[in-house]
Ligand binder design. Structure first.
Ligand code: PMP
Length: 449
């Protein structure tokens, strides 16, 4: 076990004055501070709370601690790197581990997605990818290709670019005009057609044709890129209909449009392959990643581009800067060390094969909740899952929140987006833990009003 400070020492320091200063993201702060959920330790599949409870982590933190908490190899790599060199800029200089990590990523990406740009979060990765898409066309003599196409129910982080292409109304509402020249495809969530699909729904490939239909309004020569999550995560875990991604890819190819997969959740093993593109059998031009990249031990994001995109940037004379973009912490040594160790841990554990095996039981156990009270849809792919509950009349989201809280009381950490319970456990999950998560949800569903 990693050392956990005694619970009393931690909670005694949290006077109301101390509690006042921290503004938590995506949180009802005033309510939270009356009854805070506080964690002080993590090991393997479990968190420890400041009051000493063990909580089974059904979310891998926030879809990110894919290899489980407290992996020794990752901790040691971070420590060693911190001792050796804390920081160096990546602007016209670097350090060896950044190259090694980028190369190690390229070894596990499908196809020729072989060039890696480092950012510090999924949001930065997405904004970087969108800027790359526009800059790519400009570099190739098509500066008029600026339109970006996202999708309803998409989540692409909190930067202005990511927010603009994402499709969640509540996230946009308070922030005034977003990026111009953005359009959205519809989502693929049609429970009357594809509820209780196991894995990818059979119905819905034709929804991709909406991209072609958009061209009645927007000339294809004005479109830079389409960005989607190959499997929608935060929007409620929506695996793509069979054939949908193929059709999107085909339409993009026909019109010279770049296809971006936001793999911030699906990257680094979540679906039982290093990247979702491999399992799903469709290659995008650009992939964004973050989260599982360093097992979340150090913040990091990345953009991986294929040979075509790389070539588009490198056609100019040597000595010109390919992209006027980057971050102080791009390629941070601690993050690169953590990331390289993370890939080693994935190999040591044979994590992707293990995930594929666990995913079978995951699917069967999840779908055994079909017919339980309140359940109107169950979705899964890899080690992602969603259980959609019927909203209580006049109180959307309440039933989901209550089940979430009941599970937490029983020692299980899950999430709810409205009335959809979402699950994304560490990929080292054992059968008994899979059973416990769904048993706990089942019991909560029996009790919730
Ligand atoms: N894209 C996707 C698909 C995500 O799920 C997330 C985070 N949940 C992001 C981007 C943003 O990542 P971050 O929170 O690291 O900025």
């Amino acid at each position: 076990m990693n050392e956990v400070p005694p619970a009393t020492a931690l909670s005694n320091s949290l006077t109301p004055e101390v509690m006042e200063s921290y503004w938590l993201p995506f949180t009802a702060n005033r309510k939270f501070k009356r009854d805070p959920r506080l964690f002080s330790g993590a090991e393997g599949m479990y968190y420890t709370t400041t009051d000493g409870r063990r909580i089974l982590d059904g979310m891998a933190g926030l879809w990110c601690v894919n290899a489980g908490h407290g992996q020794r190899k990752i901790i040691e790599a971070i420590k060693a790197q911190a001792e050796q060199m804390d920081y160096v800029s990546s602007f016209s200089m670097s350090h060896p581990i950044a190259f090694e990590f980028a190369h190690a990523i390229a070894q596990v990406t499908p196809g020729d997605l072989n060039h890696v740009f480092f950012a510090n979060s999924g949001s930065e990765a997405v904004d970087t990818a969108l800027k790359m898409a526009r800059a790519y066309h400009r570099a190739r003599g098509e500066p008029g290709r600026t339109r970006l196409i996202g999708r309803a129910k998409g989540y692409h982080g909190m930067g202005w670019g990511g927010l603009s292409v994402a499709g969640m109304s509540r996230h946009r509402r308070d922030f005034g005009p977003l990026l111009p020249e953005v359009s959205h495809l519809n989502h693929t969530h049609f429970p009357d057609k594809n509820a209780f699909s196991r894995g990818r729904p059979a119905w819905g490939a034709h929804l991709a044709d909406e991209l072609q239909q958009m061209m009645a309004i927007h000339d294809p020569s004005t479109i830079a890129a389409v960005i989607i999550e190959p499997v929608v995560g935060s929007g409620g875990v929506l695996p793509p209909p069979v054939g949908y991604l193929e059709r999107l890819r085909e339409i993009c190819d026909r019109h010279g449009i770049l296809l971006i997969f936001d793999e911030v959740i699906t990257g680094f093993g979540r679906l039982g392959t290093a990247f979702g593109a491999e399992l799903l059998g469709v290659l995008p031009d650009i992939v964004t990643c973050a989260k599982g990249m360093t097992n979340a031990a150090v913040p990091m994001g990345g953009v991986i581009v294929n040979q075509k995109v790389w070539d588009g940037f490198t056609a100019g004379p040597e000595g010109t800067i390919e992209l006027f973009h980057g971050y102080t912490y791009s390629g941070h040594p601690l993050a690169c060390a953590a990331g390289l160790a993370t890939l080693e841990v994935h190999r040591d554990l044979d994590l992707y094969a293990r995930t594929r095996r666990a995913a079978q039981r995951w699917e069967d156990t999840a779908h055994a909740l079909k017919g339980d009270r309140h359940v109107i849809d169950i979705r899964n792919i890899g080690l992602l899952g969603a259980i959609e509950l019927e909203p209580r009349a006049g109180e959307p989201g309440e039933r989901g929140s209550e089940v979430n809280e009941m599970c937490f009381q029983e020692g299980i950490l899950i999430r709810n987006t409205g009335d959809t319970l979402v699950l994304s456990p560490p990929l080292i999950i054992e059968d008994a833990e899979i059973d416990r998560i769904f048993d706990t949800i089942r019991n909560a569903l029996k009790k919730v009003a």
